[in-house]
Write a protein that binds this ligand. Structure first.
Ligand SMILES: [Zn+2]
Length: 162
């Protein structure tokens, strides 16, 4: 999907005002998605563009029809594996560790007191829905043991269970 440069610039400015810094043309769709809590990545190209236009303007955002498309998903996969995507993941990973107070959301153990290795887990696995890869709401801290037990089998949100 091609996003005009001026639209990217406007989106980045608006995101910065909302406290989301460091957006790049590659990550802008994902960033707007996180800011709005809407699955823009899954929208068809033109629909996603309309959404971005509405995001930077004051136009009301129309509810998108349910349409399956992977036009942006391919770009997201490329972005995920790029060095920019990896850097973004490391930074997000740190934020999630901080948010979840550096302990496993399932067993409550932490690295300091219990010597466990902590993972930042995708509640809905990337293999199931890659569009949620950078969504903080889809991330939780699990220790290695709990995470390996979980594997890709279920999407239980263990946060706030303690
Ligand atoms: Zn655990």
């Amino acid at each position: 999907m091609f996003i005009p440069k001026d639209l990217v610039t406007k989106c980045c400015k608006k995101l910065e005002k909302m406290g989301i810094r460091g957006s790049t043309p590659e990550s802008v769709v994902v960033d707007v998605q996180i800011a709005l809590g809407r699955n823009i990545v899954n929208m068809k190209g033109q629909k996603a563009l309309d959404f971005l236009q509405a995001f930077v303007g004051n136009a009301a955002i129309k509810e998108p029809r349910q349409e399956k498309s992977f036009s942006c998903l391919k770009e997201l996969t490329v972005y995920l594996n790029s060095s920019a995507g990896q850097a973004r993941w490391r930074s997000l990973r740190y934020d999630i560790l901080e948010r979840d107070k550096g302990k496993c959301c399932l067993c409550g153990r932490n690295a300091h007191a219990h010597g466990v290795v902590l993972h930042v887990d995708h509640i809905v696995p990337k293999s199931v829905d890659i569009s949620l890869a950078f969504d903080p709401e889809n991330l939780q801290v699990l220790c290695e043991e709990c995470n390996l037990g979980k594997s890709n089998r279920f999407s239980t949100d263990w946060r706030n269970k303690h």
